[in-house]
Write a protein that binds this ligand. Structure first.
Ligand SMILES: [Zn+2]
Length: 462
């Protein structure tokens, strides 16, 4: 969001305003603004619409990817689909000199379980691109799509369930992001995940997220791509220029103490997931021409869910990318024609140019996240006495290439950050802005001008 501070013009000058705006307004690059990194810009240019289309059509070609569909048929069913995804990841990994590894994350889900009739192996296909900076290699970003699909009856494992948009589009975005990003070295680690059994109840992502949690893995951000390929709504509205990014405001796993602080600060709009969403928005605006993020300040669409929720519940910041306008005739429907209307999640209803822009948004966000420092830790508003000024302190980052910090702020009614100050390589700042009237955050900046995700400042007594 670019905030323009305008010099007031008299009414009689109204006709001149359009011309004058460019001259008299000082554009203040606000909120999540990043200097363009030419090496990241180059990666954005390498995203291929053709490869995305080919991947979606290949996934559709397995007939069904329903969770309980065949696993040993060479060309039909979920088993064939995951073997193909694994082989694609392995092809990509083979070119990385050992930086990328491919693995399967699996377990058996048994009844009684929602939408599961018999014990079934749930298998996530995972490619891990290891970071190269010792201080950052243990900081991990996850990008996912789900490769299972369903028909009208979620337990029908025999019907054709092409799942082109839901969610071959998301898996294709993950594969393409892996191809493009693996050619480059990043400081932090990126995990590319094709997860299973989303449609039955988020089983695959739940197993993956809980596995990371048990091992104490630092998942610093997670993006899921689910239904990211269609640009025309059921009402015929076309929007090929925006992608929705959903983020939760109040974490479901909030502790009573966190609730107390949230209520006393009014920070229901500042969970880590929401800072991540604002970061993705900033990356998209800076790097993806003619395309923008629509921030959605709710966890998901009304009464619906996705794989990011599994990560949120494990305590990780997670957001969901989804097209602007959905067409329910092409989601979770048996392929059929009724009164001249085609139902079914078929590839002819995927806009591959649109999917390419969503993929570019992922690439821009992941490249920036994995190039930038970690978000600053222990960012706190120091409360010692009532004072008109605001003192904010934090722990210095451990990465050797961090050169300074930025204090970022916004009015309490602003959805995104209004502005920031560069404040040098310090761990404390006092500002004249009132803590009663503004929200504050801090982000770290490295020598190549990569900015971290913002950490929201919460009050802490001395
Ligand atoms: Zn889905």
């Amino acid at each position: 969001m670019v905030v323009r501070r305008c010099i007031a013009s008299g009414r009689f000058l109204l006709r001149m305003v359009a011309l004058l705006v460019a001259l008299v307004c000082t554009p203040v690059v606000a909120d999540e603004s990043y200097k363009i990194d030419p090496s990241i810009k180059k990666l954005i240019g390498e995203v291929s619409r053709e490869r995305l289309e080919s991947d979606v059509r290949t996934l559709v070609g397995f007939g069904t990817r329903q969770t309980e569909s065949e696993t040993d048929h060479p060309t039909r069913g979920i088993g064939a689909a995951r073997r193909w995804i694994e082989s694609e990841f392995k092809k990509i990994a083979a070119k990385t000199g050992g930086r990328m590894t491919v693995s399967l994350d699996s377990y058996t889900e048994s009844p009684p379980s929602r939408r599961i009739a018999k014990p079934v192996e749930i298998v996530n296909v995972i490619a891990t691109l290891k970071g190269t900076q010792p201080e950052s290699v243990d900081r991990v970003y996850v990008v996912s799509g789900h490769y299972d699909s369903i028909c009208s009856d979620p337990t029908d494992s025999k019907c054709d369930a092409p799942g082109a948009n839901d969610d071959a589009s998301g898996v294709a975005a993950v594969l393409e992001a892996a191809r493009v990003l693996s050619a480059h070295e990043f400081e932090a680690t990126i995990v590319f995940a094709a997860v299973a059994a989303e449609e039955q109840g988020l089983y695959g992502s739940k197993h993956l997220a809980n596995g990371y949690k048990v091992k104490g893995v630092n998942i610093a951000g997670m993006l899921t791509n689910d239904i990211v390929g269609n640009s025309v709504s059921q009402l015929g509205i076309r929007d090929a220029k925006h992608v929705r990014v959903f983020s939760e405001g109040v974490p479901e796993i909030e502790t009573p103490e966190e609730k107390r602080v949230r209520l006393s600060t009014g920070s229901e709009n500042d969970a880590p997931a929401r800072q991540l969403a604002r970061f993705v928005d900033g990356c998209c605006r800076q790097y993806v021409d003619g395309f923008d993020v629509e921030l959605m300040f709710r966890r998901d669409r009304l009464m619906r869910g996705g794989d990011h929720t599994s990560f949120s519940r494990a305590g990780y910041p997670a957001v969901r990318l989804t097209e602007m306008n959905e067409d329910y005739r092409h989601q979770h429907q048996n392929v059929r024609k009724e009164e001249g209307v085609q139902y079914g999640d078929l590839p002819e209803y995927v806009d591959f140019g649109y999917l390419a822009n969503v993929t570019r948004t992922n690439v821009a966000a992941l490249a920036n996240l994995a190039s930038a420092p970690a978000r600053p830790a222990n960012v706190r508003i120091v409360l010692d006495k009532l004072a008109p000024t605001t003192t904010i302190a934090w722990d210095k980052n451990k990465e050797p290439d961090v050169v300074g910090y930025e204090l970022i702020w916004r009015k309490t009614s602003s959805p995104t950050w209004d502005g920031f100050d560069s404040i040098g390589n310090v761990d404390r700042i006092t500002t004249d802005r009132s803590k009663d009237n503004f929200f504050f955050g801090v982000r770290a900046v490295d020598k190549d001008d990569h900015r971290s995700v913002v950490t929201f400042a919460r009050p802490k007594r001395k």
